[in-house]
Ligand binder design. Structure first.
Ligand SMILES: [Fe+2]
Length: 256
């Protein structure tokens, strides 16, 4: 199984919740942890280092992609000339691949300094990521991580959907894509894309809440997703009464 986290916003993390996350990771037979961006609050070197140290200590393979908070907001020279400098120093390339027993995970960098919070996918990425997807071994789920969702719940969120999301989905579905992992809105939800984008096969848009930060929205508590080898998705919420992550129920298949 896979632990899907997003929007940790290190710099605003809560110690009680990071401790609970460590306990959860130790209790579950995880193949890997996939983290879909907004690792830090302000893309500071010290925030990236704290994030890196925390996940390295867990002893579980992990893969990350940047979110819009992982490039400088106020430091314009860095934002323009070296937006991913601190990120790359901490984690290496912004688009990595991780192979586990059941999953072929491919990172996609959807963040652009030119587009404030909106994501963007380029034609070059569509082709290159397609090749990486097709390199996955038969029998493994092909999964992409990128920060901003491709399908949203509200019209007001539509402006943050990445440029070329539909084109990318259509091509990647042909390359065998099974699911996309995102965050950004701090709302855990799974939305199917086949009919929505007229794809050749079903692709799930799996979105995680904020795992450990104070940046809670719409009364949704801190939460994480567990993705099983059959692509069922469970939501785990942080319980303030006993300071633990507890299984709330299935996000997919949905029960309503
Ligand atoms: Fe974000």
């Amino acid at each position: 199984m896979l632990l899907h986290l997003s929007d940790l916003h290190f710099g605003l993390e809560h110690d009680l919740i990071t401790d609970a996350l460590t306990k959860l990771c130790n209790a579950l037979p995880l193949e890997a942890i996939a983290i879909s961006g907004d690792l830090t609050q302000r893309a500071r070197r010290v925030e990236f280092q704290a994030f890196h140290d925390f996940f390295n200590e867990l002893g579980v393979p992990w893969i990350v992609v940047p979110g819009n908070h992982d490039i400088p907001l106020y430091h314009l020279p860095r934002r323009i000339f070296n937006p991913f400098g601190y990120y790359e120093k901490a984690f290496g390339d912004t688009e990595q691949v991780l192979e586990t027993a059941h999953f072929h995970l491919v990172g996609v960098n959807s963040v652009s300094p030119k587009h404030h919070t909106q994501g963007r996918i380029t034609h070059k990425q569509i082709a290159e990521i397609g090749t990486k997807l097709m390199a996955g071994k038969d029998g493994k789920h092909r999964i992409i991580l990128s920060h901003q969702p491709f399908r949203v719940l509200k019209p007001s969120q539509q402006s943050d959907v990445p440029i070329l999301a539909r084109d990318a989905s259509q091509y990647w579905a042909h390359c065998g894509l099974d699911a996309l992992l995102h965050g950004h809105f701090h709302i855990p939800v799974v939305l199917p894309l086949k009919e929505y984008f007229e794809l050749s096969k079903e692709v799930l848009d799996i979105q995680a809440g904020t795992a450990v930060s104070h940046r809670l929205r719409h009364d949704v508590p801190n939460s994480v997703n567990i993705i099983h080898p059959d692509l069922r998705v469970d939501r785990y919420d942080f319980n303030l009464e006993n300071n633990q992550f507890e299984r709330l129920g299935p996000l997919w298949p949905s029960i309503d």
